[in-house]
Design a protein around this ligand. Structure first.
Ligand SMILES: C[S@@+](CC[C@H](N)C(=O)[O-])C[C@H]1O[C@@H](n2cnc3c(N)ncnc32)[C@H](O)[C@@H]1O
Length: 232
């Protein structure tokens, strides 16, 4: 096993690997991913310095929306293109996934888009009450009960969101029914209201739905996509 790892790291040092461990996939580190993101000008490096002042980083002072766990970034890029008068920050804990967004930004300049490489655990240390909407797209389901605290819709995360949202608003999409049910329960227990809900988003065919990479993958297999919007 050790020899296999050594071989892979010798032969493919600049590529990422998906390791299959049972039914799970693990994204391996891509060398230089963070540096590439930084060189693009989209990444906010000293993000802790901008608390309550993130809008100063943008050309226009507009409402600020964030996506947590942006992955390869199709959603946040297309949203920024479609809504030039809204500012967007895409958050992702793995630069090796986030750096794929750069392919989508090669021939365009989006002054209303920024990126942060960080864990959502830090969210309320980083942002003040300055965010108008949080997008949770195909968040990791963490199916084991002992990992429930890592789910981005766990009570502890809903509290963090409370500290940064001006008016509470989360829009979540997922293909994972268990995570969806868990999240609905968590929202209601936290005292939030369900403003909009779809038990089959693609059948309901919302005209302005922007797909994420995971959404494209799962919906092309025929999987159902769930959506919920919650407010206070
Ligand atoms: C299943 S992928 C979905 C990616 C993308 N939203 C999509 O729909 O294609 C979940 C992403 O969330 C990121 N993520 C999970 N937990 C996170 C956290 N606590 N903070 C930041 N990113 C996180 C993962 O690294 C991963 O890229």
């Amino acid at each position: 096993m050790v020899l296999v790892e050594v071989f892979k790291n010798m032969v493919f040092p600049y590529f990422f690997w998906y390791n299959f461990i049972g039914d799970k996939m693990r994204l391996k580190n891509i060398k230089g991913a963070y540096e590439k993101l930084l060189a693009s000008g989209y990444l906010i490096e000293n993000y802790k310095e901008y608390k309550n002042n993130f809008n100063s980083l943008f050309k226009e002072q507009n409402e600020l929306r964030i996506e947590i766990g942006m992955g390869k970034g199709n959603f946040i890029v297309e949203m920024a293109k479609k809504h030039p008068h809204i500012n967007f920050i895409g958050i992702e804990k793995y630069p090796s996934a986030q750096m794929f967004v750069l392919n989508k930004l090669e021939d365009i300049n989006l002054p209303n888009l920024k990126l942060i490489s960080m864990d959502a655990e830090e969210l309320d240390e980083v942002f003040g009450k300055e965010v108008s909407c949080i997008y949770l797209n195909f968040s990791d389901p963490w199916p084991k009960k002992r990992h429930a605290k890592r789910r981005l819709t766990h009570h502890s995360f809903l509290e963090k969101y409370d500290n940064i949202l001006i008016n509470y608003k989360i829009i979540q999409k997922t293909d994972n029914r268990s995570l969806f049910e868990y999240s609905l329960k968590s929202y209601v227990e936290y005292g939030l209201k369900i403003e909009d809900l779809s038990l089959n988003l693609h059948q309901d065919n919302p005209k302005d739905n922007i797909m994420t990479e995971y959404e494209m993958k799962f919906s092309s297999k025929g999987d159902i996509i769930y959506m919920v919007e919650v407010i206070r």
